[in-house]
Design a protein around this ligand. Structure first.
Ligand code: ADP
Ligand code: ZN
Ligand code: ZN
Length: 734
């Protein structure tokens, strides 16, 4: 029916796949799409986002509810972001309201208008400048703030000032600093960077890559920058970024993990003498919000963050970079299961700007896109400067004398490197002391009561922990089965290796870096700094140590157990293993000193390992791609996975069977259904899990089925007894 003007369609954070209509009151000015409004929803009042302004609603006038409050004077999601998110909601088949809420900084998910501190900067005044030099040493906090503000005369956000708010307020009261509205600030002046500013002469390949990137300014193109570790990819980014900043445009850099950010932020900050807007998980709500405002106003020009930073508003976008594009952390594994890498490419296309995906070990998806000529390939096959490519060798463990996972050959090589003042990095992707606790008398094994999994022994804490659900209990002293005290920790984790190293290399301190040693806030940063300085001669760690870090003193890298990834049921396991090995190996010999890499295995004839060691990652990837094509796996086909779980084993099965029947009814033979089957680890955290896989050669066939199917799944009777989720382009197929 017709209700006259003044109706808005609102996306409300709820599990429903549609927007809801609300009436505006005559006193309200019509909010533009992307504006936050407070609306009644069931018994609650929720923050929603206006999707559209309408004159008609299908809902009758008597049932149409009224907007409680328009929260912002203008949209918080601009048309670019709104389009991106609406597309993501459709592509990943996620409820639109929840999708939009995912993209908002937490501070905007609450029903309050923006506060002043989130829209303002601090700036030094003339008096402040005079006083800065005279500040007594006792007032070091004030001095620190003044010094920083003197160096950044254009003003800094609250986030960029590492002093308590009280200090700023005191300085403000004295008139030494002033508040400035973000949007009012003049644009930065960035001195164009000459090749000599960095003190480096680009290699011919770097030069070529930079030129190609510069030539692509102002229109969409996607570049895969494939550069071996230490080849100077970051240098290419820096040089490609520069002209954008100089022209007042914004650059968004996505990185996989927060552990990588401090080094990178520092490097970017030093190069451009401009505050880097770093979006990491340690930011407070208001800091995050302020960063968001600055980006939206075009003031923050260089924005660096993890996955969710993709949703940063950009007033004046110039370039998007996705570093370590192969990294699994770009895919969100809950809620809106998006790939930040894939959405980055979509967003760049929409914005008509270039995007760069960089990696030493590109994903097979990206390499396939190069083959299809959708992406341009830029390659840096050699290390920059004087650094030499490390030599990789397999160590055949069969029948060798070992101390735990330390073979004699490895220990011998370690001694040589340590003696020559080299740093040694040992990699094992398994934390804890031992992955299994076994009774030698009766064979009892310590299981997790809530998962189909074994408990890991954490010796120092005297605990058994489940790495899947977090359950923990003290280590048993006597076997619950037979009462024997002969309980053995079987297998090797980092904690046990650390102990073995303490005995075999007593004179060399060991620095262990894994999730157990870096729980405290800031401890990872400290450990990485210490590792980098070379003070700890032996580094031992999990994949936290493998990625991106630059440890200039490391001359020997050893992968203690390469067999972990060789025999997995997941079709991506080999790709992941190869990437991990190459990334770990890349930590060796990054400076002048040549590096050596040892890879321990009980399967020295395994074709994957032989190919990787003998011919390198590109050859491995080419072969792996061919194999995927032959068996019809992604990226040659498309997948979606419907997962379901419940506390009773029969419920997920029943739901998935009904879902499969519905799909068969709606679908075409072009989409194949596999399952339902139990998840490989069926029970986790007390819940039983099962899954149904959908696969098709053409993306459009799969999407068409999902369009009809997903929104109807909740209508199935069995849906009420399970928790289900849909994962489009899953990276874990279990
Ligand atoms: P990547 O990101 O590919 O791992 P980086 O950009 O971090 O590589 O470069 C590795 C090291 O080589 C850094 O210390 C960097 O300063 C140096 N480097 C980069 N490009 C050059 C060059 N053209 N000449 C000399 N050294 C370089
Ligand atoms: Zn026993
Ligand atoms: Zn468990």
């Amino acid at each position: 029916m017709s209700n006259g003007p003044g109706i808005v369609e609102v996306a409300v954070p709820s599990p429903l796949y549609r927007g809801f209509d609300y009436r505006l009151t005559p006193a309200m000015s019509t909010p533009a799409p992307g504006t936050r409004v407070l609306v009644p929803f069931g018994r609650q009042r929720l923050v929603g986002i206006v999707l559209a302004v309408k004159t008609h609603s299908e809902v009758s006038a008597t049932r149409l509810k009224t907007v409680s409050e328009v929260l912002d004077p203008g949209p918080v999601l601009d048309s670019d972001l709104l389009r991106l998110l609406l597309w993501a909601a459709r592509y990943y088949h996620h409820p639109v309201g929840e999708t939009l809420a995912t993209a908002l900084p937490p501070g905007l998910r609450k029903a309050r208008p923006l506060s002043v501190s989130e829209t303002h900067l601090w700036q030094i005044t003339a008096t402040g400048r005079e006083q800065a030099a005279r500040c007594p040493p006792s007032a070091h906090r004030q001095r620190e703030a003044l010094d920083l503000l003197c160096r950044h005369p254009r003003g800094l956000s609250r986030q960029a000032l590492p002093v308590p708010l009280a200090v700023l307020k005191a300085l403000h009261a004295r008139g030494w600093i002033a508040r400035l509205e973000v949007a009012a600030r003049a644009p930065a002046e960035v001195a164009p960077l000459s090749p000599t500013t960095s003190g480096l002469r680009l290699t011919a390949q770097q030069q070529h890559a930079v030129e190609r990137l510069r030539a692509s300014e102002g229109h969409f193109s996607c570049h895969l920058l494939e550069g071996v570790t230490g080849s100077g990819k970051t240098e290419v980014y820096l040089q490609a970024i520069n002209p954008h900043l100089a022209r007042g445009r914004q650059v968004l850099v996505l990185v996989p993990e927060i552990g990588l950010t401090p080094q990178l932020v520092q490097r970017f900050g030093e190069r451009f003498a401009m505050p880097v807007c770093a979006l990491h998980s340690n930011l407070s709500e208001s800091q995050r919000l302020q960063a968001w405002r600055e980006a939206a106003a075009g003031q923050a020009q260089l924005i660096l963050g993890t996955r969710s930073a993709l949703f940063t508003p950009l007033k004046n976008p110039g370039l998007i970079i996705v570093d370590e594009e192969h990294d699994g952390s770009f895919k969100q594994q809950e809620g809106l299961r998006y790939s930040a890498r894939d959405l980055a490419v979509w967003r760049a296309r929409q914005l008509n700007i270039p995007v760069v995906l960089g990696s030493a070990t590109p994903s097979l998806e990206s390499l396939y896109n190069v083959q299809q000529q959708r992406y341009q390939h830029l390659s840096l096959p050699q290390r920059a400067g004087d650094a030499q490519a490390p030599e990789m060798r397999l160590v055949d463990l069969r029948g060798q004398p070992m101390q735990g996972l330390l073979s004699e050959r490895l220990m011998h090589t370690m001694r040589r490197h340590l003696h020559d003042q080299g740093q040694v990095l040992l990699f094992l992707n398994r934390r804890g002391f031992a992955p299994v606790l076994l009774c030698h008398a009766c064979g009892w094994v310590a299981d997790c009561p809530r998962c189909d999994a074994r408990m890991t022994v954490h010796q120092r804490r005297g605990q058994l922990r489940c790495h899947h659900c977090g359950a923990q209990r003290p280590v048993e002293r006597f076997c619950p089965g037979c009462g024997s005290s002969e309980l053995l920790g079987i297998g090797e984790g980092t904690e046990r290796i650390e102990e073995a190293l303490g005995e075999a290399f007593a004179e060399y301190p060991v620095l262990r870096i894994d999730r157990d040693t870096t729980r405290r806030k800031g401890s990872l940063e400290e450990a990485l700094a210490s590792a980098q300085s070379g003070r700890a001669p032996i580094l031992l760690g999990t994949q936290m140590l493998a990625k991106g870090h630059h440890f200039p003193q490391v001359t020997l890298v050893a992968v203690l157990d390469a067999d972990q990834g060789l025999f997995s049921s997941d079709f991506r396991a080999a790709e992941r293993m190869a990437q991990l090995i190459v990334q770990v190996a890349g930590r060796a010999g990054r400076a002048e000193r040549p590096g050596e890499v040892l890879i321990q295995t009980h399967h020295p004839d395994h074709p994957l390992l032989l190919q990787l060691i003998g011919q390198g990652y590109p050859a491995f990837a080419a072969a792996a791609l061919k194999e995927r094509q032959e068996v019809g796996l992604p990226p040659f086909t498309c997948m979606a996975l419907l997962r379901a779980e419940a506390s009773e084993a029969a419920h997920p099965r029943a739901f998935l069977e009904q879902a499969a029947a519905l799909a068969a009814q709606l679908g075409t033979p072009a989409v194949q259904l596999w399952g339902p089957v139990s998840a490989p680890m069926e029970r986790r955290a007390g819940r039983y899990r099962a899954q149904l896989l959908l696969q098709s050669a053409q993306r459009s066939d799969l999407q068409q089925l999902l369009n009809d199917w997903v929104a109807r799944l909740d209508e199935l009777k069995s849906a009420r007894r399970v928790r289900w989720s849909i994962d489009v382009d899953p990276i874990d197929t279990f």
